[in-house]
Structures are given as C-alpha cells and as structure tokens.
Design a protein around this ligand. Structure first.
Ligand SMILES: [Zn+2]
Ligand SMILES: [Zn+2]
Length: 166
C-alpha cells in the first residue's frame, strides 16, 4: 500500500486524491476469528501541511468471521474511516503519528491498525442471536430445545431445597 508523494511533498497545502486495492492476505491475515475476503479498497486523500501528511480515507472490504455466540460463519462488508498523520522520519515525531521518508508513503501499517481498532472483538451474526444451548449445543436460532426449560425447573427445585435448609 504505497503511494507516490513526489508531487505533493515539495508543495505545502497541496491535496492529492488516491484510491487503491490491496490484497487482504497481505494485511497480516486477520486473527483466529476474523479473516478478510478478497481485496481491501482504500480511497481518500493526502494533504501536506508543512511536511506533515494527513491521510483521510475510507477502507472498504469484506470480513469472514464466526459469530461469537452461535459460531456460524458470517460474511459482512465493512467500511472504516481512517485519519492518520505521517511525519518525516527526520522530524521530532509526535507519538501518535506514523513515519515516512523519501517520496513513497507506505500506509500499510496505518490501514491495518485502523481495521483492527474498528472491528469489534465479538462479532455477532445478528444482534439478537440466541447462541448455542449450553446443555446440548444446538443452535437456538434454528430450534428450540427443551434443555433450558428443564434447567429452569431445576433452579426452582434448588430454590426449594435452599428454603428447607434454613
Ligand atoms: Zn450467531
Ligand atoms: Zn439444548
């Protein structure tokens, strides 16, 4: 994810638009629960403010994950806004900006960081996903097993038992 910045680096106040597609397998491959499908599309602009480059972009792609509750496979499009600054490697850099040197700006790390910051740890197939039954393991979105009713009854019994203990 490299951008030629020759035409803006020497001129203060210039804005350059860019778009690119990046192979999602080169983003670090995701973690155990999330993978990316196909290319990641990045579109936005770079502005030069006295040598500090600000990249404002949208990162678009598709992720392939397992639902945190029911473990079903989910494919979801995502659109993540990104705004990061890049300072020259020789300058006294502030902590929260990235580095560039020469006439090529590599935004890979910033894109990867933005994606991981914005993807929730717990992805659900739908917000009201009922998950798996802790007793029999069936998917409660698909069927209604009897386990939960029974465990409710058990709770009733144990409450009774507790009463007798006193
Ligand atoms: Zn689910
Ligand atoms: Zn069950």
């Amino acid at each position: 994810m490299k951008i030629d910045i020759t035409d803006i680096i020497e001129r203060d106040g210039v804005v350059k638009r860019f778009k690119m597609d990046a192979d999602s397998h080169k983003t670090g491959g995701g973690n155990a629960l999330v993978n990316f499908l196909g290319d990641i599309h990045i579109e936005g602009e770079i502005s030069n403010n006295e040598g500090i480059l600000t990249v404002t972009a949208d990162i678009l792609g598709q992720l392939d994950a397992k639902c945190y509750r029911c473990l079903n496979e989910i494919v979801k499009p995502f659109s993540i806004p990104m705004e990061e600054t890049f300072e020259h490697a020789n300058s006294s850099k502030s902590l929260d900006s990235y580095e560039y040197s020469g006439h090529i700006l590599d935004i890979s790390q910033a894109v990867i960081d933005s994606i991981y910051l914005n993807i929730p740890d717990r992805i659900l197939c739908k917000s009201e996903c009922k998950g798996l039954c802790p007793e029999c393991g069936c998917n409660l979105n698909d069927k209604d097993c009897k386990c939960r009713k029974e465990s409710k009854e058990n709770k009733g019994f144990s409450a009774l038992r507790d009463l007798f203990k006193e």
